[in-house]
Design a protein around this ligand. Structure first.
Ligand code: TXA
Ligand code: MG
Length: 324
């Protein structure tokens, strides 16, 4: 299959381009589209046939459920029998935005979407392109638009390198804003559980929910995470950082350094490429670094010691890095 790449304005998406993409979705094809977190790989949520194509294109295990993306609350009502008060509160406060909410779902939601579970993950993205698309098609099931186990895509180029020839089209609106997936909260059981830390900081959730939130790792998540051809090593302190460099230089491996400080001085071989990790409050370039290092043929990607006590999005980022 030949994948089409359509440039689209990220702020005021051209309606003819959105309509072309919506036609493909309605025709049960796959279209990758930008959200404010990462690029998603969309299929018509009401069609098992269309959603099955997502699993085939990504090589995703069938028991791993998908998030259903909506553009208005009315669409949520078609997916779940009721919206509990807590869910309503979170939707009012954080939607559209990087929070996914898991609720018990109607049995009409195709089993393939929910990985056979009795719940469904709901997300209302804030990106104008995502919203315009869903507005035309109705609910879209979408995981991140990468091969299963690879870093989530932050650009159309990232999507191309994983999925070219496997999907019908990509809406290219440039870089996504946050660069980290949505935070996921599971409200389908008695206790609130955060399954994934992401674009919405935990502190903001806690402000709204007085009850203690349990944070657990989602066992159904696509593992292993962030498979690239570079091996990632995280150094806890400066000594470790120096030792690791000496060791890998001795092994004649192509080394790349990740640092959050420009001009970091403890680098032994000055010709090693240095990737700058942006620890800004609202966005992350970690996934871009992982893909760039791979492209550059880096065999060992060494993280210099990072600041501790990170908050907000950076805490989620650190959790991701530690999973590498
Ligand atoms: O920011 C995001 O959330 C991006 C963009 C495209 O919206 N999407 C995304 O989807 O990251 P995905 O499929 O790569 O990650 C969603 C995670 C998966 O680990 C899946 O197991 C979990 O959400 N999930 C989805 N529905 C669930 C459910 N009903 N119960 C438990 N976990 C669920
Ligand atoms: Mg994913």
């Amino acid at each position: 299959m030949i994948t089409e790449y359509w440039k689209v304005d990220p702020v005021n998406p051209q309606s003819d381009i959105i309509t072309r993409a919506a036609d493909l979705i309605r025709d049960l094809q796959l279209v990758a589209f930008p959200t404010e977190t990462v690029y998603g790989l969309g299929a018509l949520a009401s069609s098992s046939e269309a959603v099955a194509k997502i699993f085939a294109a990504k090589g995703r295990p069938p028991e791993n459920p998908l998030l259903v993306h909506v553009s208005k609350i009315e669409q949520v009502k078609e997916l779940v029998p009721e919206i509990p008060e807590t869910a309503r509160l979170l939707m009012d406060k954080f939607w559209p935005g990087p929070l996914s909410i898991i609720l018990p779902c109607r049995k009409e939601v195709p089993a393939i979407v929910r990985g056979g579970k009795s719940s469904v993950g709901l997300r209302m993205p804030a990106h104008p392109v995502a919203r315009a698309l869903i507005e035309q098609t109705g609910p879209i099931a979408a995981p991140s638009a990468n091969l299963s186990g690879r870093p989530s895509p932050l650009t159309a180029e990232h999507v191309r390198s994983d999925l070219d020839g496997r999907i019908a089209a990509v809406l290219d609106a440039g870089k996504t804003g946050i660069g980290l997936e949505s935070t996921i909260i599971d409200l389908s059981q008695d206790k609130y559980r955060v399954l994934r830390l992401g674009g919405l900081p935990l502190e903001e959730l806690q402000q709204v929910l007085d009850d203690k939130i349990q944070i657990i790792n989602n066992e159904s998540d696509e593992l292993p995470h962030y498979q690239t051809s570079s091996r990632v090593i995280i150094c806890q302190n400066e000594r470790d950082f120096i030792d690791q460099q000496e060791y890998w230089l001795g092994q004649e491996k192509k080394l790349g350094i990740v640092s959050s400080k420009p001009g970091y001085s403890h680098i032994i071989n000055k010709s090693d490429p240095v990737y700058y990790l942006d620890l800004g409050q609202d966005s992350s370039n970690l996934y871009t670094i992982l893909r760039d290092a791979e492209q550059d043929g880096i065999q060992i990607l060494l993280f210099s010691p990072l600041p501790q006590n990170l908050t907000g999005i950076n805490r989620a980022l650190l959790e991701r890095i530690n999973k590498l």
